[in-house]
Design a protein around this ligand. Sequence first.
Ligand code: FDA
Length: 323
Amino acid sequence: MRDALSRTFFLALARSALLKAGASRYGMRGPDGFARRFVGGETLNEAMGVVQDLDRQGFTHTLNYLGEHVASPDVARRAAGDYLEIIERVGAAGLPCKISVKLSQLGLELDRALCADNLRRILAAAGERDGFVRIDMEGSATVDATLGIFEAVWNEGLRNVGVVLQAYLHRTEADLRRVLALGARVRLCKGAYKEPSGVAYQDRAHVDDAFLSLIPVLLAEGHAPAIATHDRQAIDAACRFAEQRGIGPDRFEFQMLFGVRRDLQAELRDRGYPVRVYVPFGREWFPYFMRRLAERPANVAFVARSLLRERKGDPPVSPPSRR
Ligand code: FDA
């Protein structure tokens, strides 16, 4: 209950323009800005540095250019153009071109045809670089439209695209089977948005149960399944199931967020499991950052301490378990 309340609180704050303006002043300021724990930088150069570092440590990556719910078709077109530049520069740097996109950044809520066109441009550019594009899943009101666009491009023969499904939604088992039947790639996560009880499980135990029940389906029937979590219980269950079924670590991967449970990321890598790190970057980091606070309110204490020090001009603090 407390979890659900604090989650609601932070996700509501994520919509505050005032808080966004205030946080944006400090969050990424200097090398120790509090948002840097979860955000790979405000520029592509910074993010590429992070990705190169991860590659050296034996992790793979997916890059996300932050932005969502754009206000006009022009902004949506520009976001797609930004992605083309990102793909070009990442490819030119010799880095694998793996990216994650949010369709609300490409105009999903304004004009679905425009959004689909923007996505096609990105897929074509990524395809030239042997790249792969994962469509993140957003609030439940966008799931039908997101899956609709995903299936449309898939049915046009575009294959360098996959989608995310969220275990907390009651509909997800059916969606999972539908996407798996296409032969498409799924990233399964618990889900990060505030959803009504009619569409999503509300308490942690139910969400965890739903996640645990979908993992075997994805592992057994999925194509390059991706299990996106920092939950050790879910990870252990996935490893056990894979072992029992003879599904080797080369046939699926774990995915985790930049800055979250680095200890577990390293542990899994050392045990021979592929770990892909989701690296978001860009100036529009505030809603993403607030979702990370909603997942773990203890993060707030760290932010508060950073801000107090900033105001007093003290040296920066280290985050708790910077992982
Ligand atoms: P859970 O929340 O139970 O956390 C397990 C443990 O992980 C915690 O006990 C804590 O130790 C640690 N942890 C989790 N979150 C933390 C945080 N913010 N700070 C510090 N520690 C934390 N969601 C969505 O709706 N659409 C999407 O497209 C995606 N995409 C996505 C990609 C990838 C690669 C990941 C890892 C996650 C997503 N998510 C997402 C987010 C996902 O839905 C979920 O909100 C978070 O992963 C947190 O859930 P866990 O599975 O980690 O479990």
